[in-house]
Design a binder for this molecule. Sequence first.
Ligand code: UDP
Length: 311
Amino acid sequence: MSARIVVTGIAGFIGSHLADRLLNQGHIVIGLDNLLTGSADNIKHLDHRRFTFINHDVTEHISIDGQVDFVLHWASPASPTDYLEWPIPTLKVGALGTHKALGLAKAKGATFVLASTSEVYGDPLEHPQAESYWGNVNPIGPRGVYDEAKRFAEAITVAYYRYHKVNAKIARIFNTYGPRMRIRDGRAIPTFIAQALAGENITVFGTGNQTRSFCYISDLVDGIIRLMESSSNEPVNLGNPKEMTINAIAQQIVAMTGSRSRIIHRPLPIDDPKVRQPDITRARELLGWVPHVTIDEGLRRTIDYVKQKIG
Ligand code: UDP
């Protein structure tokens, strides 16, 4: 059945892929973005009669006429370099923006889905991270603006579920990659690919022995759609459990691009998590979801995108 769906952060990497999938499924999509870190390029192909774009900062009141069935709240700077550059907008969109998006869902009787993050676990002392883990976050560190905004966003989402009976869901998204990431957005995979293709040094921060678990975008979108359609109101980890060191991903990118780039080391950013791997038991059991795209395949598609983007 066709639904009318509001997506905040529509021009971001994940938001724009969500729009593609929802439109393919026959839904009506109203996308909001203030284009602070999102890009109009990501949605310019959505010349579709079921798609509307509204340039709006969701920290301000959101007015949408008519019925709304789902509100997917994806707006936020999400790369560590972005939230260092935009600390106050990051805090505001996580706090005030989530409040406004929840207010819209409450007024319309819509189902709400929050884009939360593995950053709520901070530099984790439990490994892999299950949803039951409360996290290890430095509130006043440089990443605190993002981590605490998302932790507040989870708290207010659960409060709206408990007190206002909004049918609210929380996706805790682990590192995700794929086409439409900004090439210089500071995150490891697009940065390494762009450096490798340009023959520049690959900048691995710290020893490179820190780990991450990278999920390809199409798998993530599958998980989000399943969560949106599920009857569950528990937070759910969405990510690929295949854990790798940052050195290993850098080496694989150098090999796959046939690059002569050298790997060099730069200081590790403050509070950079040492390990990260989702426990996806809950997603598997509640949503029947597991990621399928291998890192080889996902990197191949992402490298093709970066090549085409830098021409
Ligand atoms: N990283 C790196 N070089 C870069 C960008 C990132 O070594 O040019 C490291 C970063 O310190 C972290 C990991 O790669 O340990 C993943 O960083 P990213 O910014 O992609 O996401 P995070 O998981 O830290 O939010």
